[in-house]
Design a protein around this ligand. Structure first.
Ligand code: PEP
Ligand code: MN
Length: 263
């Protein structure tokens, strides 16, 4: 495996004072999809109070079914960016193609390339032409090597700021939505210098497992966690069953020893 991402020293990525791949475990939280201004301001407040540093929320949603909610697009982006800035958080959202990248690039701190687009090589090359950090999720059925080679598309096109995200892979086990592959954290860190974070939410597909998987992810060496949380999961337009309630999110952050800055 020939990787430019291979080197002895670990990379850390500094994003306006938040360091991914440093000493601190970085907590990223927020709903699956941006739904409204009030939803995002409530989510942002919960993230900030829990010591989270980055607010997430999808505005371009790559849904399995074309009949499912596809995201609020530009309008949703405004809600996300506004809520994050009110709470002094960074923000991340997913891009799915060139036009969506164009819409978000000047507004967002971090872009996400989702599992379904991990091998969208043209999108990866575009992500390599920007300077903003990119969270690259592992594909649904991607080997670690394929995932690292996808990262290479971004790195080799000129963007060194790639964060790998393990989010569960498809196996024969139906009890969870996907199977969280925690050994991928150590393997990816051994083969590359990039920060590695873990998304237990899309792996488990159910909120009762998020706490234990998060702790296991940190024990496995993860540099951060990406966790879905919704002010009212029962009403969420997507991924409600795996979204933590705000109190659960706060409790988990406390158990992980994540401390909020006094504001
Ligand atoms: C997401 O994080 O919103 C998402 C769609 O995740 P994944 O690409 O891992 O399925
Ligand atoms: Mn989701």
């Amino acid at each position: 495996l020939k990787l430019a991402g291979l080197k002895s020293e670990r990379s850390s990525i500094d994003i306006n004072g938040v360091t991914l791949g440093g000493k601190e475990v970085i907590l990223i939280g927020g709903p699956c999809a941006v739904e409204s201004s009030i939803q995002m301001s409530q989510a942002a407040e919960t993230v900030r109070k829990a010591g989270g540093k980055i607010l997430r929320g999808g505005v371009f949603k790559p849904r399995t079914s074309p009949y499912s909610f596809q995201g609020l697009g530009r309008e949703g982006l405004n809600y996300l960016v506004q809520a994050a800035s009110e709470q002094g958080l960074l923000c991340v959202t997913e891009v799915i193609d060139a036009p969506s990248l164009e819409v978000v690039i000047d507004e967002i701190d971090i872009i996400q390339i989702g599992a379904r687009n991990m091998q969208n090589f043209e999108l990866l090359k575009l992500a390599g032409k920007i300077k903003k950090p990119v969270i690259l999720k592992r594909g649904l059925s991607a080997t670690i090597e394929e995932w690292l080679l996808a990262a290479e598309y971004i790195l080799s096109a000129g963007n060194p700021n790639v964060i790998l995200c393990e989010r569960g892979i498809r196996t024969y086990e139906p009890s969870t939505r996907n199977t969280l592959d925690l050994s991928a954290v150590g393997v990816a860190k051994e083969l590359s210098h990039l920060p590695v974070i873990v998304d237990p939410s899309h792996a488990a597909g159910r909120r009762d497992l998020i706490s234990s998987l998060s702790k296991a992810a940190i024990a496995s060496g993860a540099d951060g966690l990406l966790i879905e949380m919704h002010p009212n999961p029962a009403e969420a337009v997507s991924d409600g069953p795996q979204s933590l309630h705000p109190e659960e999110f706060a409790q988990l952050a406390g158990e992980l020893g994540i401390v909020a800055n006094a504001v």
